[in-house]
Design a protein around this ligand. Structure first.
Ligand SMILES: [Zn+2]
Length: 455
């Protein structure tokens, strides 16, 4: 996995730009040992594209068929295939959202995810490049979304034998937090941050994906929120303890677990059950105070109080690996805080000195927000941008029947396509179409396990 090079002098220069908050041009370009970056696989030009014209009720429209190629599964809901965009020969990912219109709950979930994918505009958050042209509403059963194609994900990388340097850990963590700061600024909780949902390309650019469980934060503390969230190993203690209300800090807990996993290359809290999961957490952090457990349900609190009083054993984090420096462990301990209200935010975590080098590397040779001129690198004025407007989920309130949501989604997709590009559709004649169309949702084992019901 190629990482581009940076130097210490560069850090100082860039931090000057960062602290100044305005764009700056690096005076010289210091000696870069620029590794040759791997590029995406070449476009498959041999695909023949049936160009066809379709008679629509109101207008003639040119459409290009897209042919599925091979499955590249990621995501809790839906299947992802790699395809070639016939308009430019570029390789992209095609996500099928199946069984959308089975019931109102799945309709709403899919519509929310679709709206989010169209809303996102951030380098570290996966977004929709396109949505395939839907058929007539009577035949409209599935939704296909085109996104950027990513070669791997953090889970595959962590379990692979390829070496992961501390530079890798820093640039990955930087990008996770950069994406999360953006999502949280939009008022969105991801709720299933795990290594498999962090896509990585061969240049080590990282994008947060899978918004199947994401939702808008709930400011009213009396409102109950579902506990069907977060793969167990990355699940925050307040969720494990049956808290009925939680905030975006549940995502930060997950990032802390992933940070430790990047350093140690093994899952930090790998328990067999939700109760054991909580026990492993208290083994490390010690018995929480009553204050830290104030949102927990009675049964969970009783479980903690019944058990032995535990002292924190945080120094054990230094044994994760030689990369677990004071700075790394300091930041890690700010994320792995039992009390969600005392856990660091994505914004504050990004200000931690551990991430300075990751920021520099990212903006020196990986980002799209800065650029290089003959006189040096021109840095963006805002290294970690937020959204201008919050994601508005008000549209969900008036959704009351499957048929109605189907019509609204159909209309929404058609509106997204009022661009200059020729609309795409699936080619039902293609050889791969059969297996593509029959591929369904993730196996139950890939779904987040249901939460424990405390007595
Ligand atoms: Zn940049």
């Amino acid at each position: 996995m190629a990482l581009c090079g940076t130097t210490a002098t560069n850090v100082t220069k860039m931090m000057a730009a960062y602290n100044g908050g305005s764009s700056a041009v690096a005076a010289h370009h210091p000696h870069h040992h620029h590794h040759q970056l791997q590029h995406l696989p070449p476009p498959h030009m041999h695909h023949h594209h049936h160009q066809q014209q379709q008679q629509h009720t109101h207008h003639l429209q040119q459409q290009l068929d897209i042919e599925p190629d091979r499955p590249i599964g990621y995501g809790a809901f839906g299947v992802v295939w790699s395809v070639t965009d016939p308009r430019d020969g570029k390789r992209v990912a095609l996500k099928k959202m199946p069984n959308v219109f089975q019931n109102l709950v799945s309709c709403k979930r899919v519509f929310r995810e679709l709206k989010m994918l169209c809303f996102f505009k951030h380098e570290n958050v996966l977004s929709a490049l396109d949505i395939l042209q839907p058929p007539h509403i009577d035949y409209f059963e599935e939704i296909y979304v085109v996104t950027e194609l990513m070669q791997s994900d953090l889970h595959k990388i962590i379990v692979s034998p390829q070496p992961l340097s501390s530079d890798h850990a820093k640039v990955f963590l930087y990008q996770i937090l950069r994406g999360l700061k953006y999502l949280h600024s939009a008022g969105i909780l991801h709720r299933d941050i795990k290594p498999g949902n962090l896509l990585v390309n061969s240049n080590c650019v990282l994008k947060i994906c899978d918004f199947g469980l994401a939702r808008v934060e709930e400011s009213d503390e009396s409102r109950h929120m579902t506990q069907e969230v977060v793969t167990q190993y990355y699940r925050a203690p307040e969720i494990l303890m049956g808290s009925r209300h939680y905030s975006n800090s549940i995502d930060i807990w997950s990032v802390g677990c992933i940070f430790a996993e990047l350093l140690g290359r093994r899952i930090l809290f790998q328990a067999q059950s939700p109760i054991q999961q909580l026990d492993l957490i208290t083994d490390l952090l010690g018995t929480p105070s009553m204050e830290a457990m104030r949102t927990a349900c009675e049964g969970a609190r009783a479980h903690i109080l019944r058990g032995p009083h535990k002292q924190p054993s945080l120094p054990v984090l230094y044994t994760l690996s030689s990369q677990a420096t004071h700075e790394a462990v300091h930041l890690l301990c700010r994320m792995l805080v039992f009390d969600p209200s005392k856990r660091i935010s994505a914004k504050d975590a990004l200000a931690h000195p551990y991430l300075d080098e990751g920021r520099l590397r990212y903006h020196t040779c990986m980002c799209k927000c800065c650029y290089t001129t003959s006189s040096g690198r021109v840095y963006t004025s805002d290294f970690e941008p937020v959204t201008n407007a919050k994601f508005d989920d008000g549209f969900e309130k008036n959704l009351s029947s499957v048929r109605q949501v189907k019509e609204i989604i159909h209309q929404f997709i058609l509106e997204q396509q009022k661009g200059s590009r020729v609309p795409l559709c699936i080619n039902p004649q293609s050889a791969a179409f059969k297996s593509f169309i029959s591929s369904t949702v993730a196996q139950p084992s890939e779904m987040p396990p249901s939460p424990l019901v405390w007595e």
